[in-house]
Design a protein around this ligand. Structure first.
Ligand code: NAP
Length: 512
């Protein structure tokens, strides 16, 4: 690309596409999507990149979550960067520390780590057409031509609103803030929640604690995780013939998105297969009919985010495990009291109560055109155009933004497609010497209304459950069509869905 590097740090400057300079790009977050963004933007010739990371390490969710039993239920061969496939995955479904090491290795190998400003949260982003003023937590101000939010979906722990939570005198922590200093062996442990996180933790620690008290508000469907360790010979084969790595990546990509993606978005036959597999799993793994009844959901499998876990049922069936289904009335200094008046005494209380899934880039304050505040615009129901853009927020892009396909898919792949889409937009700006690009209000509205009409056909909306997918609007914040449709659309951007602004000041004067 024939563009000079921008060496004017800090202050506002001439619009990049007209000046023929590199755009200054700020990427917020050094997790999987931030890493994808840096690598792919560089490969496309965009080199003036800065990554802001609130903590001291890359890795995002894999840095944040360090609980026992943490693993990924998306197959390793697919849960990989397409530009850095890994022949050495030890298991079909990787464990957390191995994924975190892979994130760090990828960031080092592709020179991402070097451009990350660590321990630097972004406090404020304000659009000063056509650039963005970025203010960090310590008050440092920089200007950028383009901002890419790569903050992830589930990063803000949700704490339960239960009376007396602060009065508990034992050890207490949220699963995303695991306290490795707390001894579990032989102690009375309680865990609130039965989501993907809780299932993995319960499967991993029940055998070593004194008693495991699981406080279940809603039972979950679980499908067995077909885990297996990869043989040395298989790793050798993949290393020696890299084309095989691509083949296995594509195999899992197609299998997961075409089968699971189709099942959740309307394919009743595939959905019935999932239901049957979950029911069979429960029947075979839990011998006690009373326990099995308590563990049987009254909604359709895959309505809540489906849990892949083979360790939970054996763990909850152990003699030292109690499944408590009576509602929680309050937390006391010594334990949890339930509606039957019973006090369950605990030494350790683990909050597996999930995340605020409507946060995305918030609580960073983002102010777009005409002083529009992103948090206010969303008002608890975040929406976006194609999950990456918001009308009124030009030159601001999101990875894994609202209404993207998340489900049980590889978010690494989804974010790579989104980065490619953003690169197409930057290329368009460069080629047409544009100052700003912003989603059109009518395109955004049409896109979201259409998704709203389709949503009832999904199991998330029609399966008779509630889940973290639902936002304040009462609808799941997800993509309601098979994921391939989204990916195909992202592959081929329609520029007519955007305001392509040649001169921001001229446009502002015309609108005044
Ligand atoms: P979650 O699915 O939101 O589960 C939260 C649990 O806490 C639910 O069982 C919920 O009950 C319960 N809960 C919340 N507030 C409560 C309260 N006040 N009283 C009693 N129970 C309460 O959270 P998560 O398990 O952390 O998982 C979140 C997501 O992270 C997953 O769905 C998945 O997308 C991702 N994840 C992925 C993996 C992986 O292997 N790829 C592993 C872990 C997590 P209700 O069901 O009644 O609301």
């Amino acid at each position: 690309m024939n563009m000079h590097a921008n060496n004017i740090a800090g202050g506002a400057r001439a619009p990049w596409a007209k000046a023929g300079t590199q755009p200054r790009v700020a990427i917020i977050g050094a997790g999987m999507s931030g890493i994808s963004a840096v690598v792919k933007l560089r490969q496309a010739g965009y080199t003036d990149l800065t990554v802001y990371e609130k903590t001291g390490k890359v890795g995002g969710t894999w840095r944040e979550n360090q609980y026992p039993g943490l693993s990924c239920d998306v197959p390793s061969r697919w849960y990989s960067f397409s530009f850095n496939l890994n022949p050495d995955w030890s298991h079909r479904f990787s464990y957390g520390p191995e994924i975190q090491a892979y994130m760090e290795d990828t960031a080092n190998k592709f020179g991402v780590t070097d451009i990350v400003k660590f321990n630097t949260p972004v406090a404020d982003l304000t659009y000063e057409g056509p650039q963005w003023r970025l203010t960090t937590g310590d008050g440092t101000v920089e200007h950028y031509d383009v901002v890419i939010s790569a903050t992830g979906v589930l990063h803000k722990p949700a704490f339960p609103n239960i009376d007396g939570l602060d009065t508990f005198e034992g050890d207490m922590f949220h699963t995303a803030r695991w306290d490795h200093g707390v001894k579990l062996e032989g102690r009375k442990v309680g865990i609130i929640g039965t989501g993907s996180t809780a299932a993995q933790i319960i499967g991993a620690i029940t055998h070593k604690v004194g008693t495991m008290n699981v406080f279940q508000r809603t039972p979950q469907w679980m499908i067995p995780l077909p885990q297996k360790e990869y043989a040395t010979g298989w790793k050798w084969l993949l290393r020696t013939f890299p084309a095989l790595q691509k083949l296995t990546y594509n195999f899992y990509f197609k299998a997961m998105s075409k089968n699971f993606g189709a099942a959740t978005t309307g394919d009743q036959k595939k959905l019935a297969d999932i239901q049957e597999a979950c029911t069979k799993h429960l029947e075979e793994a839990v011998a006690d009919p009373e326990l099995r009844a308590k563990l049987t959901p009254d909604y359709q499998a895959a309505c809540k985010r489906l849990i892949f876990c083979s360790d939970f049922y054996p763990a909850i069936s152990r003699d030292n495990a109690n499944l408590i289904t009576e509602g929680i009335t309050r937390i006391t200094p010594t334990g949890i009291e339930t509606v039957d008046g019973k006090l369950h005494e605990l030494d350790v209380l683990i909050l597996a109560t999930g995340f605020d899934a409507a946060a995305f880039i918030l609580p960073t304050k983002v102010t777009g055109e005409n002083g529009q505040d992103l948090g206010e615009a969303w008002d608890g129901s975040p929406r976006a155009h194609r999950a990456v853009a918001m009308p009124g927020f030009p030159n601001f892009w999101m990875l894994e933004g609202p209404t993207g396909p998340v489900g049980n898919l590889s978010l690494i792949t989804i974010s790579e497609y989104q980065v490619d889409y953003i690169i197409s937009m930057l290329n368009k700006m460069r080629d047409d010497r544009l100052e700003a690009v912003s989603a059109r209000q009518d395109a955004y509205q049409h896109y979201n209304e259409d998704m709203g009409k389709q949503m009832p056909n999904t199991v998330w909306a029609s399966g008779g459950c509630t889940s973290w997918y639902f936002d304040k609007s009462g609808n799941p914040n997800l993509y309601p069509y098979p994921p391939h449709r989204y990916l195909d659309d992202m592959h081929d951007p329609d520029f007519s869905e955007f305001r392509l602004i040649a001169d921001v000041k001229e446009m502002q004067a015309a609108n005044a």
